[in-house]
Design a protein around this ligand. Structure first.
Ligand code: CA2
Length: 271
């Protein structure tokens, strides 16, 4: 009796193993891989995990696929397989693509991650390098009147050039124009918060404003005074600047180029 049961159990085991082996072979054939491989290598989750961990995810994937065919109701296995396929195909969920297509996709993902990171770093860098450009009274009329003295470019054009040049230099350029002395003082005071440099054309206030001079004295960042015209070649009342003695440097007579020279100088000074 005992022998009979042992024999029955043995046969049962043999048939179970055999049918499992057949399913493996069938899985193998379905995937177009070689039959012999599976006699050498019995697919188990441990083996699949090992392959993935050791840096052979494709091998691991192939074993997981076979395991799924053998145990299609295993939800956990299904999920592991999906995750691995997603990793290998860069999130497309297609597991059957060619290896080089997958490699390309992975490289593309890496590249876009690197580009994102680079963009964020560049943004951070320029956010940290804020430079303020202040234009005093009547400069909003540039390019509209007195073109022979101040040039043909409008204030908007000058500002756009400065913003673009700033981007090239890793600077975030903010521009501000006001016809009111107190507003200019307020803006200079606000620059105490995180601004790395100032370019200022105080226009007519150059020759009169002790308030702007005092405000500039509060700062310990590079400040460059710019004038479109050469004020020393003009009427005597323009020869005196209230601000020149409290700024880092003064540029006069280069037209709109003077602002770009000043920006380059600030970029160098804050490096
Ligand atoms: O040369 C400069 O940049 C000045 O700062 C310009 C001031 C002037 O008072 C300074 O002495 C030198 C004047 C800016 C007035 O801008 C205008 C632009 C177009 C039309 C009329 C005025």
């Amino acid at each position: 009796m005992c022998y009979f049961f042992n024999l029955k159990a043995g046969l049962h085991g043999f048939f179970q193993k055999e049918s499992r082996r057949r399913r493996v072979i069938q899985a193998d054939c379905e995937m177009g891989e070689k039959e012999e491989e599976y006699f050498e290598e019995m697919p188990t989750e441990t083996l699949a995990r090992l392959y993935v961990r050791q840096g052979f995810p494709e091998k691991g994937l192939s074993i997981y696929r076979k395991l799924r065919l053998m145990d299609p109701a295993n939800r956990e296995l299904e999920k592991t397989l999906e995750d691995l396929e997603r990793q290998l195909t860069g999130g497309t969920g297609q597991g059957g693509g060619k290896t080089d297509e997958r490699a390309l996709k992975t490289l593309e993902n890496w590249l876009s991650a690197i580009q994102d990171k680079k963009g964020r770093l560049k943004m951070k860098e320029s956010e940290q390098n804020r430079v303020l450009v202040i234009h005093g009274p009547n400069l909003n009329m540039l390019g509209k009147r007195e073109k022979d003295i101040y040039g043909t470019a409008t204030l908007d054009q000058i500002n756009a050039e400065l913003v673009a040049a700033g981007e090239e230099m890793g600077l975030s350029v903010e521009t501000f124009q006001s016809n009111h002395e107190g507003d200019i003082v307020d803006r200079i005071q606000a620059a105490l918060e995180g601004c790395r440099g100032i370019i200022i054309n105080p226009a007519a206030y150059t020759h009169t404003s002790i308030a702007i001079r005092d405000a500039l004295l509060l700062l310990d960042i590079p400040v460059i005074e710019v004038h479109l015209s050469n004020i020393y070649k003009r009427e005597p009342f323009r020869h005196k600047s209230m601000t020149s003695a409290v700024v880092t440097a003064q540029i006069a007579g280069l037209g709109k180029q003077g602002y770009l020279v000043a920006l380059r100088a600030i970029a160098e000074l804050i490096k």
